[in-house]
Design a protein around this ligand. Sequence first.
Ligand SMILES: *[C@@H]1O[C@H](CO)[C@@H](O)[C@H](O)[C@H]1NC(C)=O
Ligand SMILES: *[C@@H]1O[C@H](CO)[C@@H](O)[C@H](O)[C@H]1NC(C)=O
Ligand SMILES: *[C@@H]1O[C@H](CO)[C@@H](O)[C@H](O)[C@H]1NC(C)=O
Ligand SMILES: *[C@@H]1O[C@H](CO)[C@@H](O)[C@H](O)[C@H]1NC(C)=O
Ligand SMILES: *[C@@H]1O[C@H](CO)[C@@H](O)[C@H](O)[C@H]1NC(C)=O
Length: 445
Amino acid sequence: MIDIDIWRLRTTVLLAVLLLATARQVTAILHTDLFNASNINDPDLHIRTQLPGVQRATTEAELEPLLTDNLEPDLRPWRQLGRPLRCRRELLSLLHQIHTVWPAYRRNFVALVLIRNNRMSWWAYPEARGWCTRRVKTIAEQFHSFIASAGMRFPDVIYVMNGYDKPLCERQQATHGSPTGATSISAAAAANSPNCSAPVFSFDKRWNASAYAAGLAGSAHDDILHPVMNHPFEQLIDYPWEKKIEKGFMRVGVYGAMAANCSRVLLQRVGGSREGRQVLDVGIYQNRHWKVKVKTVPPVPMELHARWKYLLNTDGQSASWRLAKLLAINSALLKYRSDAIEYYYRSLKEGENYISFDHTDAIQVIRGLAGRDAELQAMVARNQAFAFRYLSQHSRTLYAKVAFERYKALFSDMDDFIKQVPENFSMAWFLQERERLIAGSTGVQ
Ligand SMILES: *[C@@H]1O[C@H](CO)[C@@H](O)[C@H](O)[C@H]1NC(C)=O
Ligand SMILES: *[C@@H]1O[C@H](CO)[C@@H](O)[C@H](O)[C@H]1NC(C)=O
Ligand SMILES: *[C@@H]1O[C@H](CO)[C@@H](O)[C@H](O)[C@H]1NC(C)=O
Ligand SMILES: *[C@@H]1O[C@H](CO)[C@@H](O)[C@H](O)[C@H]1NC(C)=O
Ligand SMILES: *[C@@H]1O[C@H](CO)[C@@H](O)[C@H](O)[C@H]1NC(C)=O
């Protein structure tokens, strides 16, 4: 399950370095050597920073539809516990689990984060994955930049941030005893409750909307989703609809952590068939999977994706962070069927925001779009408005802030506990504090 590869690591380093260099003047492109659009020179391509009639969501009230669809479902299993969490019990217990029960590769994905007096600081294991801690570092830079530029005010809060692409808090299996010593939960309640004793913030998980609607767990994981902050894409990209190439377009990388038969590879194969070539222009620009044999093609800057009428979104390791960029482009979005989500996906609906397809029906689905321009353009308008209103770095920062407030409200003692945490906190401090409480009468169980 250890699945990091060097290229990915290097790219992430490069990305982080470039992000650092451009933190204040986020441009429309993802700053990697693969998506460098600095020499785009197409008079038909329009990059917009305004959308008449639509404002960025910069207040909690403006963001509420997104919070209702996405944050609230993540909080439900924790609220359903029916009792407040305590830092001195569940949070310390989680940290103890991480330190003593989680295998090293897992705990090397996480950082302990403290926000106090509107400043974020964090600690990670010395062997922590560099690309995970760089993501946390980018988050801190973004938070601090909106504190400075937009007067953003964070609550005092302490939480565990998972910098990996996948969630870490599997639901408790009904057959499990509590492995963690959180014995205050009855066996029956435990069957339907998280096995992380306190929430962890993560970027992705899998989601079953109908299960959630039926009152069941919407996910096998109880991680609360946190916006991805290291893929800024602030502008909207337009290209004249009538000039767009009527094909389904995709340029992606394939990396060691993906399955050899992942959607990207399956779709690439369809695109190589005689029938496929008529309606698809799909290619892999970087292949780092030892089992995948493909002829790679040059990458295409994200802005130039706007030249194609249909943009195909396929998962990466889990949800593809590129989806937000595709939503900002005035082309129709075709989304490979998948239950992988980032924090905002639960606001998107098939038929309203995207057309679903997979490798078995891609050709048919694209053929079926001929002549449906009015419908597709209405979808595009909806998506650009959604991306503009909700997915900017500012709105992402606001989402995180509100998530921390509502997460904090799950606990009865967080403010009080935070007063105790030293500036130079580390895992060791929390573990010692837990020991101290166990030895005393307060009693972490
Ligand atoms: C993009 O490409 C140009 C020209 O090739 C180069 O000068 C510039 O440094 C590159 N920018 C980034 C962010 O890679
Ligand atoms: C939750 O359960 C999974 C699978 O049973 C296990 O791998 C994981 O370590 C558990 N998490 C904690 C925090 O105990
Ligand atoms: C989603 O949940 C529903 C209701 O529990 C279930 O019938 C369905 O099989 C689930 N879908 C998947 C893909 O697991
Ligand atoms: C991919 O391969 C796995 C086993 O390696 C298999 O379970 C899965 O069904 C395959 N997926 C597709 C879409 O073919
Ligand atoms: C943290 O700071 C306190 C004093 O403020 C000091 O006693 C302690 O040794 C420091 N801990 C570490 C791990 O540096």
